[in-house]
Unconditional design. Structure first.
Length: 150
């Protein structure tokens, strides 16, 4: 069996409106589909889909595998996604644009660069303060195919 590319990533969030606002206004995503309690957004490059859901008080919109098992909303925090990483061409420019929109960075002012490779990273949190949003700029050594080097 050969799996294809990821169709979408699905997250339960504390505040759907706040999350959608952050991803659209701060990160440039677009809403491409939605219904009550659920929105699907596409990344700025138009390729990856992210689905965000706010759990109903009666858990009626939980995944079928969770129905009847969930006793509290906190149970859906685990397993959780540690972070979402996006590749960018110009990390400093991306961080400057995000800072201009009021996005705080975990690292203070934004990017950390590796002077040896020219690559770098910068990390912030989503509006709920739960998930890291990371931007990566590839350096000269990062372009290698890691799978071939095992």
């Amino acid at each position: 069996m050969a799996l294809g590319k990821i169709h979408h990533l699905d997250f339960f969030v504390d505040d759907l409106e706040k999350t959608v606002k952050y991803f659209t206004e701060k990160l440039g995503f677009r809403v491409v589909w939605g219904r009550e309690g659920m929105k699907r957004l596409v990344t700025p490059n138009g390729e990856e889909l992210f689905e965000f859901r706010q759990l109903d008080d009666d858990f009626s919109n939980a995944s079928p595998s969770d129905l009847g098992r969930i006793k509290s909303k906190d149970e859906l925090i685990r397993p959780y996604l540690a972070h979402i990483a996006f590749e960018v061409d110009d990390l400093q420019k991306t961080c400057d644009e995000m800072k201009g929109k009021g996005v705080p960075f975990k690292t203070g002012d934004g990017p950390n660069f590796n002077p040896e490779t020219g690559g770098g990273e910068a990390t912030t949190y989503d509006e709920n303060g739960r998930r890291w949003i990371q931007m990566l700029q590839k350096g000269k050594d990062d372009k290698k195919d890691i799978a071939k080097n095992k």
